[in-house]
Write a protein that binds this ligand. Structure first.
Ligand SMILES: [Zn+2]
Length: 246
């Protein structure tokens, strides 16, 4: 699809427009799998998109793996070189993951592929995921159609896992909440809701606080009005069997 330029400086789609749509969606049964594998293009996507699901899963003592495909070194953070930013965001991911998961029990895989250029290494992402997934996994990645080229590349690579026996695949929106038209979005048409407990939401919000490189500064990469979207007691997954067709 055409990738729009996402401008976070304006407030985007009103939250209430989504609330109405999400209210009518069926629930996603997230209790059937034996492991949750979250594939995140950049450190923070896992928390923004499915931090609550990660927390709920960990609380049920189901293993969680987070795959951080890039270190997010290309984000426009003044005063940081890409190497400095990569190190900082790795530390933020470590802290956020520990806050999401009970006793910090989480397997974090860092692939350090090139931020901003994941489309160029999409085949490698797919190959690595094929080696990693196993029967009983629920594998979630960013939604194809989310509007950021890296998110879309990861979404397509994750979608390739649908052919793996015993593996379930679903997608989480991140940028879509800001710019999709709720009346026409695949999130609204095909989404399934994951309800979050108060404890899971609290863990998610604590984890988001770890990402100071993205949420603080004179012009934060993620402005407050964007981050506030994720302070709500639900997340939405789009199952793979209907996401691509939408
Ligand atoms: Zn991202």
């Amino acid at each position: 699809m055409n990738t729009p330029t996402i401008d976070l400086s304006h407030r985007g789609v009103p939250q209430n427009d989504w609330t109405t749509v999400v209210h009518g969606l069926p629930e996603f049964d997230a209790t059937l799998h034996q492991r949750l594998v979250v594939v995140a293009p950049h450190p923070d996507d896992e928390t923004l998109g499915v931090g609550g699901l990660i927390a709920e899963t960990s609380r049920r003592r189901v293993p969680v793996m987070i795959v951080s495909v890039s270190d997010g070194e290309a984000a426009p953070v003044p005063g940081s070189t890409p190497i400095e930013l990569a190190i900082r965001r790795r530390d933020e991911l470590r802290l956020a993951s520990a806050r999401l998961c009970v006793a910090g029990a989480v397997d974090v895989q860092r692939w350090a592929l090139p931020d901003g250029r994941l489309t160029e290494v999409e085949r490698e992402i797919t190959t690595r995921l094929r080696r990693l997934v196993q029967p009983g996994d629920l594998v979630v990645g960013t939604l194809p159609g989310d509007g950021h080229p890296d998110h879309e590349a990861v979404g397509r690579a994750v979608h390739a896992m649908v052919a793996t026996p015993g593996v379930s695949v679903a997608f989480y929106p991140v940028w879509s909440w800001h710019w999709h038209d709720p009346a026409r979005s695949s999130v609204a048409a095909n989404g399934r809701v994951v309800q979050l407990s108060a404890a899971a939401l609290r863990a998610k919000l604590d984890a988001l606080q770890a990402y100071a490189s993205q949420t603080t500064g004179d012009v934060p990469v993620l402005p407050a009005h964007f981050v506030q979207r994720f302070d709500r007691p639900y997340e939405v997954l789009v199952p793979a069997e209907i996401a691509i067709a939408a």
